[in-house]
Write a protein that binds this ligand. Structure first.
Ligand code: AMP
Ligand code: MG
Length: 340
């Protein structure tokens, strides 16, 4: 199979949208941009199509998918009951990087939800993709458009590199501006519970809902969000995260760690804010000013770029685990390990 890259600039947009929407309706697989990362989409109501998504990604069948909708009404068509807080959250955050877990009705095939009574729904904040979803006219099940375990793709080229020959098309909508996956919030538990941290933070949600929002601990007896138990987001090289400290101490720690690795003959990469560039001999990938938004936006692309440069070990300074930093540290912890 040849994978088509569908451009979305100027004159190409209309024909690319029509081609992508038609493919989805026919049960084919189309990768598409969102504000978070690229998704690999299939008609959520077509069991065979959804099954193929698991196959091409090598995704475990017990890891359910997020269903993408083009408006709130389409989400409601999939739901058994509208849970408390749904309306307020949707009004505040949709379109946006907030996925809601709700109970589903018989319209949703088991393969989408891995047999759970609940389904994850989201309305992405991306002009082109909302139009794609509208034209497709069906809800679209889509996990991130990478081979399972690899960092999620944040541009069309990366999707193509991972999945070419295995999917029908990639809709090229440029780079994703959020860069990490959506916040997943469970609305079916007694207390709204964050199953996966993202750029919509616990503080944001508590402000809007004026109620306590829980965070599912990594040590919960059973992983509430099935996907969270898997190794994830990982580059090929070892990723070592240096714990938080002030800039002077961080420069010293990075310089020393890089020197030790280089002395043992390993090719070293550094994924860090600009101000840490040049802490010894390494390939550098920039996290710009090093705000939590910069970390999120450039993290996965940076991990992939350093892999492509052939480094064997990469270092990254930790950031404070508050607000969006919580989501960034969650991804860094799964992609690598915190050392020293
Ligand atoms: P991905 O689309 O690959 O970023 O993964 C979607 C995330 O949402 C995974 O962590 C899934 O386990 C989680 N998820 C999807 N559906 C559900 C659900 N019904 N209940 C809990 N978590 C879910
Ligand atoms: Mg994923």
């Amino acid at each position: 199979m040849t994978t088509r890259i569908l451009p979305t600039d100027g004159e190409h947009l209309a024909s690319s949208l029509l081609a992508a929407a038609t493919l989805l309706r026919e049960g084919k697989l189309v990768a598409f941009p969102t504000e978070t990362v690229y998704g690999l989409g299939a008609n959520a109501l077509d069991e065979a199509a959804v099954r193929r998504v698991y196959e091409v990604k090598g995704r475990p069948l017990d890891n359910p998918m997020i269903v993408h909708v083009h408006d709130q009404a389409q989400a409601r068509e999939l739901m058994q009951v509208v849970p408390a807080y749904f309306e307020e959250l949707v009004n505040e955050y949709w379109p946006g990087p907030l996925t809601l877990i709700v109970t589903h009705n018989a319209a949703v095939p088991d393969v989408v939800t891995a047999g759970l009574a609940t389904v994850a729904v989201r309305l992405p904040d991306h002009r082109i993709t909302r139009e794609l979803l509208r034209q497709a006219g069906v809800p679209v099940a889509a996990p991130s458009a990478n081979v399972s375990g690899r960092p999620s793709p944040t541009d069309a080229r990366t999707v193509y590199d991972d999945l070419q020959g295995r999917i029908e098309a990639v809709l090229d909508g440029g780079s994703c501006h959020v860069g990490i996956e959506s916040t997943v919030l469970d609305l079916t538990s007694a207390v709204p519970t964050i199953l996966r941290p993202g750029t919509v933070t616990r503080e944001d949600l508590e402000d809007v809902l004026q109620t306590h929002v829980a965070e599912a601990g990594a040590d919960a007896a059973r992983p509430l969000s099935p996907g969270m138990k898997y190794r994830h987001y990982a580059p090929r090289a070892d990723l070592l995260v240096l714990p938080l400290r002030d800039d002077v101490a961080m420069r010293e720690a990075l310089t020393e760690a890089i020197a030790v690795s280089a002395a043992s003959g390993r090719r070293v990469g550094l994924l860090a804010p600009e101000r840490f560039r040049g802490c010894g001999e390494h390939t550098f990938s920039s996290l710009r000013d090093g705000t939590s938004v910069d970390y999120a936006r450039h993290l996965y692309a940076g991990l992939r770029a350093l892999d492509d440069a052939g480094v064997e070990v990469m270092y990254c300074p930790a950031i404070e685990s508050v607000g969006i930093g919580t989501a960034v540290m969650n991804r860094l912890g799964k992609a690598g390990r915190v050392v020293g």
